[in-house]
Design a protein. Structure first.
Length: 254
């Protein structure tokens, strides 16, 4: 993906990685639109970051995705990049189904179905662009499981394989598929994660991601150095040790 001159929609970007990435990409000369559920946050972003567009969207709601897509494409017909940023992470105890089932369903709906529905809403438009990119967002936990978050791990593993598969299907089009694989980053994804010394500082993560987009424009996976411990455990032959270390240290995954 070229690092400038794009029109980029990032649903799920009113805070954390999404918002920080949106601001960084806007600063690099892109037209950026952020999406989120809360109107008050969108209004604040518009006031604090002039030039960044906003649209209300609930990525857990199929009708909301459809309505937001129509709005975005009507206002930004040159849209050529979709970043499926929205995601939630929940701690679950699978000893008791009454304690995890609703949570698991919410995680899968947002992280996996949300990604699928977003791509479905925009892929026809993107195929009509001379150069377009879908950026999916998985996780280092797609490749090594954190015991406390089974549904999150599974949803992100599914996003990884979805990315691999649709990349093959869209190879005959102008649409590239790039998978962003964050490690644990200092955001509010889980309680306490913003202050976790074991998690990667947010600004540091986004700066490295932007650098990778710039220096590796044809990359299929965007991997900061810190995620490679999780990403390549199986290939290195130390998967069991990776999983043991992951689950013996920080509850947020690194």
């Amino acid at each position: 993906m070229d690092i400038s001159g794009n029109t980029i929609f990032i649903p799920g970007s009113t805070s954390g990685i999404g918002l920080t990435l949106a601001v960084a990409l806007h600063d690099r000369g892109n037209t950026v639109i952020v999406g989120g559920r809360r109107a008050d946050l969108l209004e604040r972003i518009a006031a604090e970051h002039p030039g960044i567009g906003t649209v209300q969207i609930d990525t857990a709601d199929a009708a909301s995705i459809e309505a937001a897509a129509k709005d975005v494409l009507a206002r930004y017909p040159d849209l050529n990049v979709l970043v499926t940023m929205a995601g939630i992470m929940r701690v679950e105890d699978w000893h008791r189904p009454e304690s995890f089932l609703a949570s698991a369903e919410a995680v899968v709906t947002t992280n996996l179905l949300g990604t699928i529905r977003l791509i479905a809403a925009f892929v026809e438009h993107l195929r009509a662009q001379p150069d377009a990119t879908i950026v999916t967002v998985s996780s280092g936990l797609a490749f090594a499981p954190l015991k406390a978050t089974p549904s999150y791990n599974a949803s992100k593993a599914a996003v990884h394989m979805l990315s691999e598969s649709i990349r093959l299907q869209l190879a005959d089009t102008s649409v590239k598929v790039v998978e962003l694989e964050p490690p644990s980053v200092r955001t509010s994804l889980l309680p306490g994660q913003e202050d976790s010394e074991a998690a990667m500082p947010l600004d540091e993560f986004v700066a490295e991601v932007v650098e990778l987009f710039e220096t590796q424009p044809d990359a299929k996976e965007i991997q900061v150095e810190r995620v490679k411990f999780l990403r390549y455990g199986e290939a290195r032959g130390d998967y069991d040790q990776v999983v043991a270390r992951l689950n013996a240290s920080d509850p947020h995954g690194k």
